[in-house]
Design a protein around this ligand. Structure first.
Ligand SMILES: Cc1cc2nc3c(=O)[nH]c(=O)nc-3n(C[C@H](O)[C@H](O)[C@H](O)COP(=O)(O)OP(=O)(O)OC[C@H]3O[C@@H](n4cnc5c(N)ncnc54)[C@H](O)[C@@H]3O)c2cc1C
Length: 386
């Protein structure tokens, strides 16, 4: 192995290497050729979800008894890595997986058996509806209201910035069930959106990057959701359910961040060996070698930390503060490393036909969503002082 090659992660084994090969082949054949079209239309469509489901690439770490592939978080990491190294940010399987994990970790047996197989097959695309126009970092500001009426809840309100929003068939919707109960007044409803009266997808939002990912506004007007779809069957547990799954969500972001750095670095190494200026390939300039050395070192440090976090997820010991460190630091470094990769590409690095250009725009939001990096620092800081 030369230093520029990615080290093999300590959690990899022969079975995972075969799995990685089949994911990579699928991604190359079914996704890479379609990415430009997906970026144009601002979504990846339904067909690719069903194809990925048929291949066993969705819900890879969910037990087979609930329709998952029966693997563990390493299988999920392999999928995120193969997507992110190629800059494929439209297929938001991370959000899909988080939706499935809410069910796995907090759902009733009936809810798990009913919904997870539909997510694992790609029949339903999963989404998570927390953010509202007036409530992002501060989820206590959520106003979407669900009022019990017989065997249903009647829901009124709206959500914004919802990933997979226009395609979703199953939305984990955070609602206020008791406005007087403070943090215990929130619940999660699993909303089956197809042909649902009172459910409306608003604009698919025009973003700086991640053009192939559909990010939508959602509206609910007297929308009836069966009370049987209340996650876990008990009101008032919504915020606790959200909080307990945050480390999983945040480490996924770090996994995709470091894989994007690796992909950008590989593309840049190839580019600087070809591109000539002043009669030399630009790889021969000392500045190029220094910048590459810095980017490779940061990427390797990030990889080592993220590999440790992946192992901690498997061992069930990843704590919230460590996951927050991974999310904030890796996403900051992702932006820094990819920025240097753009610089080494010169003007071509600013052209969307180049991978590093798309990766640069796509990276920016990693510091914002899934809890902003400022909120991550709050979480870490509080854990140090508690
Ligand atoms: C592309 C994209 C996809 C998304 N996908 C989803 C999704 O699928 N589901 C979903 O529910 N949401 C989603 N979001 C929403 C995302 O999680 C929020 O945008 C994010 O949590 C920040 O909330 P906000 O935008 O309201 O910013 P605000 O909370 O208004 O924050 C504005 C600024 O103030 C800072 N700030 C806020 N509070 C503090 C504090 N206590 N201390 C210090 N600084 C603070 C923030 O760090 C930020 O810099 C998505 C967003 C984007 C852009």
């Amino acid at each position: 192995m030369t230093p520029q090659q990615n080290p093999v992660s300590p959690w990899m084994d022969d079975e995972l290497a075969l799995f990685r090969d089949s994911v990579a082949r699928f991604v190359e054949a079914e996704m890479v050729p379609n990415d430009a079209q997906w970026r144009e239309q601002n979504n990846v469509g339904h067909e690719i979800w069903r194809k990925a489901g048929a291949m066993g690439f969705l819900c890879t770490d969910i037990p087979a008894e609930y329709g998952g592939a029966g693997g563990d978080f390493r299988h999920e990491a392999v999928v995120y890595e193969e997507l992110s190294r190629r800059g494929l940010t439209g297929f938001a399987s991370a959000v899909h997986s988080i939706c499935a994990h809410y069910l796995l970790n907090h759902g009733t047996e009936a809810q798990k058996h009913r919904f997870i197989p539909l997510l694992a097959s790609g029949e339903y695309v999963g989404a998570i509806g927390m953010t509202e126009p007036g409530a992002g970092s501060d989820l206590q500001g959520i106003r979407t209201r669900a009022v019990r009426d017989g065997d249903d809840y009647i829901v009124n309100g709206s959500k914004i910035f919802i990933t997979n929003g226009s395609l979703t068939g199953l939305l984990a919707l955070v609602v206020r069930t008791d406005p007087a109960a403070g943090s215990k007044g929130f619940s999660i409803l699993m909303v089956e959106t197809k042909s649902l009266k009172g459910y409306r997808v608003g604009r698919v939002l025009d973003k700086m990057g991640m053009k192939a990912q559909d990010t939508a506004e959602l509206f609910f007007e007297d929308m009836r959701v069966p009370a049987a779809n209340l996650l876990g069957g008990e009101e008032g547990r919504g915020l606790r359910q959200l909080m307990s799954d945050l480390p999983y969500e945040r480490v996924i972001l770090a996994v995709s961040g470091v894989a994007a750095m690796e992909g950008a670095l590989a593309a840049t190494l190839a580019y600087v060996r070809e591109r000539k200026a002043f009669g030399h390939v630009i790889a021969e300039f000392q500045n190029t070698r220094f910048k590459l050395a810095e980017a490779a070192t940061i990427t390797r440090v990030a990889r080592t930390f993220v590999d440790r976090c992946i192992q901690d997820v498997i061992d069930g010991r990843l704590d919230t503060a460590t996951a927050s460190m991974a999310k904030y630091w890796v996403s900051d470094m992702q932006q820094q490393v990819i920025d240097e990769c753009v610089q080494l590409h010169g003007g071509y690095g600013y052209m969307n036909e180049y991978l590093v250009s798309r990766m640069f725009a796509d990276a920016r939001v990693q510091r914002i969503y899934a809890g902003t990096n400022e909120i991550m620092k709050e979480v870490i800081g509080r854990s140090l002082l508690s």
